[in-house]
Design a protein around this ligand. Structure first.
Ligand code: SAH
Ligand code: SF4
Ligand code: F3S
Length: 464
């Protein structure tokens, strides 16, 4: 069962925040470093950890060197994500030799897996705290116990997951506010670890979300990123829907942009596309992970749609939303995938013409269904297919932005240009980067920009 953490329980955690702040007030202000791996959901968890730390008297620093506390907020989605964490832990060992009082904590998705917790416990004895995703809101209590007893703690409650409201937050950006709308995933795509480490789907109350959006807007946010593993199924258990949520947020006063991630094609229904088309503040960027172009593989992946369904959805989007940008995720080398299946993926990519693609080589995740399936294709062969896919997409993506040339878009100015200080950089409603000449007083505001040139990865524009 998923649990809503009660107000009383959250008040207990607030007391621990005061207690830690009190301990810290007696010495020179301690520093903390939080390193977040993985997806936007994890980034918002990192923002919560930093928010709690700040309230507990820590100043946040960007480097682990010399910090009093280091937290690694981990991701388990692919093997290389996990390897990076282990690499970072190895480096921290030396840090700790120079600074034996340093507290090292590991949290996030990796820690929800028993074999990983066991590995950290036995191979990284200098890690002081291991706490799971479901224990995040109890971080103040765990840290208080750590500071008072200096005893190793492992706190990884299993279960379907929690909703904890009112955890302090320290947002990474003033302009862009990430707002989780739901947690967990029920889809159990056969390759994916997320449902095992993030628990069952559970939605925040709409009133809590709207209140958070309003407060972010009042603080100056101009882009609201609504987050969930599968935002399209928001609100099912509350008798509401994602379409209703975006309509409510779209109706709030002021000029701002609404983005969301991630979407699952099986839940991206025509009524939802209609709602997006209707809501002028909602991004014109559709990230719709297709994973494979082969019906046989999609079935084995447990994705609940076929390639024809996908085409139909994309065609409807392009009909309803002029200038829509469409991007996707693709996995190459799923167990049992054959050359024939891979060619189906290539043909899908050629037919849809994505603006850009995120491509991954299949990585077996312990405990998932796919990890038990026979996987006869060699890593070498998969690598060859992977490069073939990149080549095909490279040719398509290279021309994708040409269609924007000559058009004028409302652009959110985000800051100074990356390559040239005289330029400003911003994003079009399709989430495409555009650089243009303009006064820095425009930063944080919207402006009309005419696109004059397309590069491979960005646009060049001119203020109108
Ligand atoms: N909930 C989101 C994101 C999941 S993780 C969604 O459904 O879109 C982001 C991407 O990582 C997935 O879309 C998938 O393409 C990739 N991925 C997930 N598990 C993987 C694995 N075991 N091996 C390779 N890629 C994987
Ligand atoms: Fe993983 Fe599928 Fe859930 Fe996305 S929808 S998090 S890929 S199980
Ligand atoms: Fe990784 Fe966890 Fe996100 S596994 S992709 S950080 S939900």
């Amino acid at each position: 069962m998923t649990t809503r953490i009660s107000r009383e329980e959250m008040a207990v955690q607030r007391d621990f925040i005061y207690k830690v702040a009190e301990i810290n007030s007696k010495k020179s202000p301690p520093t903390a470093h939080v390193h977040t791996f993985g997806c936007q959901q994890n980034v918002t968890d990192g923002e919560k950890i930093k928010g709690m730390l700040e309230k507990m008297g820590y100043s946040i620093k960007d480097e682990p060197n010399g910090a009093d506390l280091v937290i690694l907020n981990t991701c388990a989605v692919r093997e290389n994500a996990e390897n990076r964490v282990f690499g970072n832990l190895g480096a921290l060992k030396h840090e700790k030799q120079n600074n034996p009082d340093m507290i090292i904590g590991v949290c996030g998705c990796m820690t929800q897996q028993e074999h990983i917790t066991e590995k950290i416990r036995s191979s990284f004895p200098f890690v002081d705290m291991i706490f799971g995703v479901n224990a995040l809101h109890t971080f103040p209590q765990l840290l208080y116990e750590q500071l008072s007893e200096r005893k190793r703690c492992v706190c990884v409650p299993q279960g379907d997951g929690v909703i904890a409201e009112g955890v302090p937050l320290r947002r990474e950006s003033k302009l862009k506010a990430s707002v989780p709308i739901m947690y967990g995933c029920n889809n159990f795509c056969s390759y994916c670890i997320v449902p095992y480490v993030r628990g069952r789907e559970r939605s925040r109350e709409m009133s809590d979300i709207i209140a958070e959006v309003k407060s972010a807007l009042a603080d100056g946010a101009r882009e609201i990123l609504l987050l969930g593993q599968n935002v399209n199924s928001y609100g099912k258990e509350l008798g509401t829907s994602f379409a209703e949520l975006i309509r409510r947020i779209n109706a709030l006063d002021g000029e701002f942009r609404i983005c969301y991630m991630s979407s699952h094609p099986k839940d991206f229904t025509k009524p939802l596309i209609d709602a997006v088309a209707e809501c002028e503040k909602v991004t014109r960027h559709f990230h719709l992970p297709v994973q494979s172009g082969s019906d046989r593989i999609l079935k084995l992946m447990n994705r609940h749609y076929g390639r024809e369904d996908y085409f139909e959805m994309i065609d409807y989007i392009r009909k309803k939303v002029p200038n829509a940008a469409v991007t996707s995720d693709i996995i190459v080398g799923f167990p049992g995938e054959e050359r024939e299946d891979f060619l189906q993926t290539l043909s899908l990519v050629e037919r849809v013409k994505f603006d850009s693609l995120f491509t991954f080589i299949y990585s077996p995740r312990k405990g998932t269904k796919a990890a038990e399936m026979p996987d006869p294709i060699s890593a070498e062969e998969k690598g060859k297919w992977f490069r073939e896919l990149l080549d095909v997409q490279g040719k398509i993506g290279g021309n994708a932005y040409n269609r924007y040339v000559g058009q004028t878009f409302r652009v959110l100015c985000e800051g100074k240009g990356r390559t040239d200080d005289n330029l400003l950089t911003g994003k079009t409603p399709q989430d495409v980067i555009v650089d243009f000449e303009g006064d820095s007083s425009l930063i944080g505001k919207f402006a009309d920009v005419k696109i004059i040139r397309a590069l491979n990865w960005a646009l060049i524009g001119k203020l109108v």
